[in-house]
Design a protein around this ligand. Sequence first.
Ligand code: UDX
Ligand code: UDX
Length: 479
Amino acid sequence: MVIKKVCCIGAGYVGGPTCSVMALKCPNIVVTVVDKSRDRIAQWNSDKLPIYEPGLDEVVKQCRGRNLFFSTDVNTAIKEADLIFISVNTPTKTSGNGRGRAADLKYVEGAARMIAEVATSSKIVVEKSTVPVKAAESILTILMANQKPGVTYQILSNPEFLAEGTAINDLVHADRVLIGGEDSPGGQAAIEELCWVYEHWICRRNIITMNTWSSELSKLAANAFLAQRISSINSLSAVCESTGADISEVARAVGLDSRIGPKFLQASVGFGGSCFQKDILNLVYICESLNLHEVATYWQQVIDMNDYQKSRFASRVIESLFNTVSGKQIAILGFAFKKDTGDTRESPAIHVAGKLLLEGAKLHVYDPKVEHEQIMEDLTHPSITEEPEEVRKNVVLYNDPYSATSDTHAIVLCTEWDEFVKLDYRRIYNSMMKPAYIFDGRKILDHEKLEKIGFTVQTIGKRLSRTVVPRAWASIVQV
Ligand code: UDX
Ligand code: UDX
């Protein structure tokens, strides 16, 4: 089989950028991305794409209508494709067995059933969505149970490692492409077909192949390791705040050990995003299902530490503002889970803002890319408040950082957008109530300069000169 047509089910943060880059790099392949959401597909076909991702617009503009198509006609796309990516979302289950931890595979299963129903020729079906180990087996069972004469299936696992905000670069210059398949002649042939697609732009030695289960577990493992580094550095940031050590210095010293390396050691208000928490919870659930309770507890700690970090930061804001934020005006700068994306899934800003609202604060929120409706939707979600109407009254959304910070008691910086570093903080200070506070949850600002202007500054993992030393520690620090 020579792959001429590719279909991708799910036009989200993963399916959209991945297929756009594939279309760019493989002009000889027609790539059709389908989605059940008419709105989403209409946006992909418009000038304003449904997701913000640096460089994506240019790629889509080059390929759309040439060999890249976005459509809601799922059946035709499946029927015509030689290779189908399943890129639907796999959220954490909200009810039933494994609630709050296990991945909900209903959309993946739905996609498999749809393929089984409409396929009239043989297909290679590729799991792109992050799934629990052995999910490929379930997909195959569904397909085989509904197999038509003359139609065969091969299932591959090909997890995606792109990070939002750098997706295009991550896809074009992938560290590695991982392909898992069955150890049979048919499985190996399917692996070769998918390798051929990637070899259009990825060097063969960076394409690694393995059995399906190893591939599925590798994706969960990669995310767990990355998140674990953040929780490790964040745990030490708490020690720094209590002792006078500086977490940036510690991270630098530790990261210079080539065995450890410097990446993913940036202490922060906590990690967010659609993947880390979901995938670790999924890993924890798998371990528990396998009766590996110690392993489950070990990974659960990565999530617990992240929850602690978010809470600790919000509590510090409240304690510093004389133990009450009731009726106080607080500016939240940044709402996305990281810079260069408009995505707010599991954003630490939601947790921090939610806690401040619960304590009666009035929030002024500004983010350069997140849609206003999204911010309101996140803050009025039942997991954040039982009084959505109150929240609506107490949250004002702004289109520029200067109006957002004017007349506030404090600024709480939750996302590391570059534009926040360059703001005119003297102007901001002059427009704020005094004493004026800044809580830098991302460690991106020039704290000394801010203190000179007059701000009281607090950040993660470092005690600044005006920070009050907790009584219990005062003697140790003096020694
Ligand atoms: C991805 C992965 O696929 C997920 O497993 C990973 O862990 C996180 O990233 P993502 O692309 O971020 O998901 O999800 P999302 O942006 O929600 O996109 C999924 C798309 O699939 C949505 O547009 C949704 O409408 C579509 N979908 C979902 C379908 O077309 N059909 C369905 O049955 C379900
Ligand atoms: C992650 C993985 O990096 C990617 O390989 C996988 O495919 C999907 O999940 P993503 O969630 O998009 O990507 O972004 P990432 O850059 O990993 O950041 C996740 C969170 O960790 C963000 O909230 C970020 O601000 C935070 N982070 C990251 C830190 O707090 N400190 C760091 O040093 C790095």
